[in-house]
Write a protein that binds this ligand. Structure first.
Ligand code: ADP
Ligand code: ZN
Ligand code: ZN
Length: 742
């Protein structure tokens, strides 16, 4: 073992998870194994007055700091890096592209337990499978040992291997009979590593018979395995995208390679996990924020060492190392949840594409309503377009219809015409789904006597009425107070709720349909752990007649018996100042509509509006999402907005109202000195919500028609910003490719 002494003049340059752009130099430990010290290993180092976990970036022979002043690395935690050189390259790229400190980017790639310095010990589980003899044996021959018989039958019913956890979940007393079956050479322990000596088939049951569009998509991606390529699988809701994923995944698994599948929402993982478990025999790891640190570290290490075959996860799972990567799939690629909105603000979709390129594997992006950026990349022939135009099986596309509610009598947001349609649907024992993207009872509490409005003391926002809890609550900060009975301003005026929230609609529904079961799905009603799952189960068991909810309903849930979907208020989405708003509204409308008529019974969608001639609505209904997207892209082009230009937003906030504009003025002066001709700097201006949680907010927008020019500017600017004296009084963050300008 080669021992290097510190007097060799070697310096460890490390990244630390602190919000500073620079790296830090340390002396190596007293003695260490030079062969194992590779970039990416975790180190424990003294930092300020405590210890911190650091990531080795490089070993150098020179430091700008006097080596006598350098502190020494205390411990090397890994005997080899946990990330491959390509994944390390990905993190370096992400740090440069998002102009985010490398240490924080590294930190985001590791699960919390490893970030805190826990040992990367893999608890490999034993796995068991039938032997040739076990497969052939008639289980009736074991009828005198019923436990063994039942274990054998369990194995025989399902080809593939079982892990200890899987067996325990099935029956806590599996150990003794399995041991006895091993004694009889009917069962054997098999290698845990996926792809090694694998003889069992990767799938349990046969796939569905695909329609020609599905088959074409499967064939195209399968022909590109082993090389980089990005595919947009654009398929209307219910077109069978998941079936396409599963058949491609099968081929990847048969090549002995691993698959990473990313979803926007935790609540969608159980549904997909179940479909995957029904189809595949291989081990499936799950990673999302509701799991414990320990479970997430286990899933991460499981993929890293090659035991796991499929990883299903949310945004943060993107960086999970794969020993033998074969494919990345991002489902619902348009979903804003793929963009991290705090700290290291990365787009999991965009980084996934770069990762696919570095790993030289295909990336499949799936959606019924692709992001405009993604469609633009198809237009530019950077991505290949795979199209599933029809619903799979016997389901047909839902019929969309605008319902003009101008001058119509309304009961808490429900028109007579809609109520009549609801009654007809319910009379057929079919389910109705109502969508309103506002939770609470009403968004405003106003005094009928003097016009006083209940405002949040810390935000530029009204307090929302939560009637059932007797509270007024701000949806932008944690502030809440008791629901007032009397106007605090005039003391006499009557306080009136203004506007509609789901809670209010729920009450009128209960009054109008007293013998029907109504379920409300929003963030308030599903707070209890397991509540959403319970509701979804009740809905799917047909115990619910009317489902009412917020955007939670727009996600990929499958409600078999819903035949009428109504959007109670699409108008409020039509007038936002953010240029992303029309795209988001159109996606929401199409996604919610997609919940109608998912099986044999045809579905209908009714949209209540006071803007029945609005081009967004008419295009969407008459010509569909893709046509809408093309015209929205044409508008973006006209206005030189992304994806026809590139943006980065510098957000600033402070307690002191004067500090943010002063800081941004200083940034602006620095920036103008380096700004080239294709780049504009807009601002400083107050943020659309100028005060939030007691902090004053400002922003500066950088926009360029040339991406390299924008990044060259940020490259020089960002390290200087943190040294500005005005920076001490504010908190700031940079958002590259912002998805909202809020
Ligand atoms: P998506 O993910 O596009 O919304 P799914 O994959 O969930 O669609 O498929 C919708 C429904 O259609 C599911 O019940 C699925 O089993 C069924 N399905 C998918 N492909 C086929 C097919 N080729 N033949 C019959 N049914 C299919
Ligand atoms: Zn009043
Ligand atoms: Zn507030």
């Amino acid at each position: 073992m080669a021992k290097l002494q510190n007097d060799d003049g070697l310096v460890f340059r490390v990244a630390l998870a602190v919000p500073l752009y620079r790296l830090f130099d340390y002396l190596p430990p007293e003695s260490f194994d030079s062969a194992s010290v590779k970039p990416g290993v975790r180190l424990e180092v003294p930092f300020r007055n405590s210890k911190k976990i650091a990531f080795l970036v490089e070993c150098v022979r020179h430091s700008d700091i006097d080596t006598a002043k350098l502190k020494r690395v205390e411990r090397i935690l890994d005997d080899k890096p946990l990330l491959s050189p390509k994944d390390l390259a990905l993190l370096h790229w992400a740090s440069r592209y998002y102009h985010h400190p490398l240490g924080e980017v590294f930190s985001a790639a590791f699960p919390v337990a490893l970030r805190q310095g826990k040992a990367a010990i893999i608890q490999t589980e034993k796995r068991y499978a039938l032997t040739e003899a076990g497969r052939a044996l008639d289980s009736a021959l074991l009828k005198r040992s019923p436990k063994q018989q039942s274990v054998l039958e369990k194995f025989q019913a399902q080809p593939g291997s079982w892990s200890e956890t899987e067996l325990s979940a099935w029956d806590g007393t599996w150990r003794a009979p399995v041991k006895q079956l091993i004694g009889k050479s009917l069962v054997q322990q098999v290698a845990a590593e996926f792809g090694k000596n694998r003889t069992e088939p990767v799938v349990k049951n046969s796939a569905l018979q695909c329609n020609p569009a599905q088959q074409a998509a499967i064939d195209t991606v399968s022909a590109s395995l082993g090389q980089f390529g990005v595919f947009l699988l654009e398929g209307v809701t219910g077109s069978g995208k998941t079936e396409v994923y599963m058949q491609i995944i099968r081929t990847v698994l048969e090549r002995g390679q691993q698959v990473l599948v990313l979803l926007p929402e935790i609540t969608l993982t159980p549904q997909l996990e179940q479909r995957f478990r029904q189809r595949f025999t291989v081990s499936i790891a799950i990673s999302h924020s509701k799991l414990t640190d320990r479970q997430r570290a286990a899933a991460w290490l499981n993929m890293q060492c090659g035991d796991g075959a499929i990883l299903l996860g949310t945004r943060s799972a993107l960086f999970t190392p794969l020993k033998n990567p074969g494919l990345i799939i991002l489902d619902e690629e348009h979903d804003a949840s793929f963009k991290q909105q705090d700290g290291f603000r990365f787009s999991a979709r965009d980084v996934a594409v770069v990762r696919g390129k570095l790993l030289n594997i295909p990336v499949v992006l799936g959606s019924a309503t692709p992001a405009l950026e993604t469609l633009h990349n198809v237009d530019k022939q950077r991505y290949r377009w795979l199209h599933l135009p029809d619903r799979a099986g016997n389901a047909s596309a839902p019929r969309l219809q605008l319902l003009d509610i101008r001058n119509k009598k309304m009961q808490e947001g429900l028109s007579e015409a809609l109520l009549a349609e609801m009654r007809l649907t319910l009379a057929k024992n079919e389910q109705v789904l109502l969508f309103l993207n506002r939770r609470g009872f009403a968004p405003t509490l106003i005094c009928h006597g003097c016009g006083w409005v209940a405002r949040c003391g810390r935000c530029d926002a009204n307090l929302v009425i939560h009637y059932d809890e007797g509270k007024l609550r701000c949806h932008h900060c944690a502030q809440e107070q008791r629901l007032l009975k009397r106007c605090p301003a005039c003391k006499t005026g009557e306080l009136t709720p203004l506007g509609l929230g789901t809670e209010r609609v729920e009450k009128v529904l209960a009054a109008l349909f007293p013998d029907k079961t109504i379920v409300r799905l929003d963030r308030d009603s599903t707070q209890r752990k397991g509540a959403l799952e319970d509701y979804l189960q009740q809905i799917n068991e047909g115990k619910v007649d009317i489902i009412l909810g917020t955007q939670m309903l727009a996600k990929g849930h499958h409600f078999a018996n819903v035949t009428l979907v109504a959007l109670l208020d699409v108008d409020s989405g039509l007038f936002s100042i953010d240029f992303h708003a029309p795209e988001k509204l159109a996606q929401m409308i199409v996604q919610v509509s997609g919940r109608a008529g998912r099986e044999e019974k045809p579905g209908r969608v009714i949209m209540q509006t006071r803007q029945p001639e609005h081009p967004l609505l008419t295009t969407l209904i008459a010509e569909g999402y893709n046509r809408f997207a093309q015209s929205a892209l044409a508008e973006r082009k006209q206005a030189s907005l992304p994806p026809f230009s590139y943006q980065a937003l510098l957000r600033v906030q402070a307690l002191d109202v004067a500090a943010p504009p002063l800081f941004l003025q200083a940034v602006l002066e620095l920036a103008e000195a380096h700004c080239q001709s294709h780049t504009q700097i807009l601002g400083p201006v107050a943020a659309p919500m100028a005060r939030r949680a007691g902090l004053y907010r400002y922003q500066l927008l950088f926009q360029s028609s040339r991406r390299p020019e924008l990044h060259a500017l940020l490259d020089v600017l960002m390290p200087q910003i943190e040294t500005l004296k005005q920076a001490k009084k504010v908190r700031w963050s940079l958002d590259v490719d912002p998805v909202d300008l809020y």
